[in-house]
Design a protein around this ligand. Structure first.
Ligand code: AVJ
Length: 324
């Protein structure tokens, strides 16, 4: 029998796949090795993240939901009637629901997320619960430029909502660039409501990223599963281990995947060498103080317009405004 000539791996099918391939090869070719955390969120990764938010050790989501519920009326004062509410990295829209119940009639709610399947489904779930609200999902990488739908552009004012401490995934200079760009997208008179995780005792932070049930480890390792599937990778999952720890000097939780042995792995036709113990740095989750975040926002052109925190001072929701 004649062996059929098979291409060694599926060809990139879309611009998204080739951006993924380019970013993965660049990150694994760098020293130290790294991968961008935005690629955690394929369908499986988005589902694993939803499970993380329910873990006993993972306090941020519960804290933020509590703050939103307790101060919804106050926060809603930043959202006048006719606003287009733009959510950056909306995921499950669970937090937006709390805000949406407290605000006057809006021009539109625009959830923007890198995981298209997730927000299309969420939009379907939201519409019956908020009849009369225009839900206009946009599938986009929030770190890149993207266009707002017409009704959001035509609204008299736009308010940005960036919950979840997703801002913590950016390097501080990237967070500043993001805030400046958000200002450009939202325009004069806009407000921005940001959820940011606060600096706190190291034991609490380490526990939140090393849950007993191992869901965070699976979330981290899923990045390798995704590379195997989408980029013809040959990562053996049982030869990599989840590491997460708080880096006090830099105010961030770091996640890594450590190779348990010396090995070679193929990705998109290229060979990557690992030393025993070598890690891939997969995520930083920066922790802020009220002051450090507001200094960053001021530097990006925003004026502080409100701060809400929980009793334990674990998490903050901070509002900013742009001059008219
Ligand atoms: C979605 C970026 C806010 O940093 O806490 C959860 C992601 N990583 N557990 C975070 C995450 C590990 C999460 N953010």
């Amino acid at each position: 029998m004649v062996a059929l000539a098979r291409s060694p791996r599926p060809q990139p099918q879309s611009a998204e796949t080739s951006a993924f391939e380019a970013d993965v090869l660049a990150g694994l070719g760098a020293t130290p090795k790294r991968l961008p955390p935005k690629y955690f969120y394929d369908v499986i990764g988005s589902q694993l993240f939803e499970r993380i938010t329910e873990l006993p050790e993972y306090y941020p989501t519960r804290c933020e939901m509590r703050i939103l519920r307790d101060h919804a009326r106050d926060i809603a004062k930043l959202v006048p009637q006719g606003t287009a509410l733009i959510e950056f990295g909306s995921g499950s829209s669970k937090k937006a629901r709390i805000l949406l119940r407290a605000v006057p009639p809006l021009a539109a709610y625009v959830p923007v997320d890198i995981c298209g399947e997730m927000i299309e489904q969420e939009a379907l779930d939201l519409r019956p619960d908020f009849p009369g609200l225009k839900v206009l999902p946009v599938t986009a990488d929030i770190t890149q430029n993207f266009a707002l739908p017409e009704p959001a552009k035509a609204a008299p004012v736009r308010v940005g909502f960036f919950p979840g401490s997703t801002i913590g995934n950016f390097e501080p200079h990237e967070a500043a660039a993001f805030l400046r760009n958000a200002g450009r997208i939202l325009g004069a008179g806009a407000a921005l409501i940001v959820g940011a995780d606060l600096i706190k005792p190291v034991e609490v932070l380490n526990a939140a990223y090393n849950d007993k049930a191992g869901v965070t480890a699976r979330f981290n390792l899923n990045l390798l599963v995704r590379i195997n599937r989408e980029l013809g990778g040959t990562f053996k999952l049982d030869t990599f281990e989840h590491h997460a720890f708080y880096n006090r000097e830099r105010h961030r939780v770091e996640m890594h995947l450590a190779s348990l042995k010396r090995q070679k792995v193929k990705v998109a036709g290229e060979t990557i060498d690992f030393r025993a113990g070598e890690t891939i740095h997969t995520e930083n989750s920066y922790k802020y103080s009220i002051e450090s975040l507001s200094a960053l926002a001021r530097g990006a052109g925003w004026q502080p317009a409100g701060v809400w925190i929980d009793e334990r001072e674990y998490f903050s929701i901070q509002a900013f405004k742009l001059p008219q």
